[in-house]
Design a protein around this ligand. Structure first.
Ligand code: GDP
Ligand code: CA
Length: 342
């Protein structure tokens, strides 16, 4: 069985870890490919940093800081402190010492002319993530956030990382732009692993700045719309709020409510052929929303309207509290994929 996922950082990484656990414990033989978001990538202190690719690689390779959800376990920040002592910007970027080795290897290889996909493969040779991790593109792209400028009527754009980390998403975002996205080509393998998949899964990653950016790479949306595989998504929004992070600030900027239902409507049902050459179109054949137990809010009210819209939807517990709970979510996603298979 071939399973392909589109992933951001922590949500994509943790879901994939649960999926691999489910496959292993159920004795299911599968090739798993993860197409990683590179819109978060940033060059700092001369280092090319790929936060989402690294979150997937470290999480699946057993090197992630569980507590932070990004970067390495047993991390120290000596270099970051020393850079700050020199007054070198940006001081807000969380550069760990162990992590720095990854960025040095990556930057060295990129500067030597290797494409990011080859560099990622080389880094994964150490971490053995158990998946084929492919950056969405080898071309340099960066997500920038358009916000109001200091003077009335003006606007400015800043790197997504600065908006997210330094300003904690508190500056109202007017738009997200994938700089370089228009001309970016999918990395080798990206379109193939979508076309040749038996199942495509969208983990509970940020719909705007993680999965939304992968979808902006020319050709990716079309590949999802034309694959024979069912495409099933897992809601990152539970009870009207992101489980972690500030996805609400991202959704607001694109005019989508922070609900499990609105996110599914935003992705759209994968029905109805578009006129030849038309852009856009929905990508979902199925959707999982959270079924709350106890005090947690439930999104089960989204099941009927979304199913009527053409996105068969089920409510199951969606909190990735540990690997077993996450494996159960992945099992539900695969079961739904089988039931909606055309
Ligand atoms: P990032 O790049 O590190 O921000 O990670 P992603 O984009 O892959 O995932 C971020 C999303 O994961 C957030 O919008 C969260 O709402 C979602 N998320 C985190 N933990 C959970 C969880 O336990 N359950 C669900 N359903 N979503 C989660
Ligand atoms: Ca990210």
């Amino acid at each position: 069985m071939r399973i392909t996922l589109l992933a951001g950082g922590i949500g994509g990484a943790r879901f994939t870890r649960g999926l691999l656990h489910h496959l292993r414990t159920s004795g299911i033989d599968a090739d798993v490919a993860v197409i990683g978001n590179t819109g978060d990538d940033i060059r700092v202190f001369g280092l090319q940093v790929c936060p989402d690719l690294d979150s997937v690689m470290y999480t699946l390779g057993g090197g992630i800081s569980e507590e932070r959800g990004w970067g390495r376990e047993d991390e120290t920040f000596v270099v970051k402190g020393e850079l700050a002592n020199y007054g070198v910007e940006p001081t807000w970027f969380g550069l760990g010492d162990r992590d720095t080795a990854t960025h040095l290897v990556r930057t060295q290889m990129l500067d030597a002319g290797y494409p990011l996909s080859a560099v990622t493969e080389a880094l994964c040779a150490r971490w053995q993530p158990g998946v084929r991790l492919i950056p969405m593109t080898d071309d340099r792209v960066e997500t920038h956030v358009v916000v109001d400028g200091e003077e009335t009527g003006t606007r400015r754009a800043l790197h997504f990382q600065e908006w997210w980390i330094r300003y904690r998403a508190s500056l109202p975002a007017l738009a997200f732009v994938l700089v370089g996205g228009d001309t970016a080509k999918p990395a080798p393998g990206v379109l193939e692993v979508i076309a040749e998949a038996d199942v495509v899964l969208l983990p509970p990653s940020n719909p705007v700045v993680s999965i939304g950016m992968v979808l902006q790479v020319p050709g990716v949306r079309e590949a999802l719309r034309s694959t024979a595989a069912p495409v099933v998504g897992v809601s990152p929004i539970v009870g009207g709020a992101p489980v972690r992070g500030m996805a609400d600030a991202c959704l607001a900027a694109i005019g989508v409510d922070t609900t499990a239902e609105a996110v599914a409507r935003h992705y759209g049902p994968r029905v109805a052929a578009l006129p030849a050459g038309a852009d856009g179109g929905g990508i979902l054949d199925g959707w999982l929303v959270h079924d709350g137990t106890g005090s947690m809010a439930s999104d089960a009210s989204a099941v009927d309207p979304l199913t009527a819209l053409g996105i068969p939807t089920r409510a199951v517990p969606l909190l990735m509290t540990d690997v077993e709970a996450t494996a159960a979510i992945a099992a539900q996603a695969l079961a739904l994929a089988e039931d909606v298979r055309r």
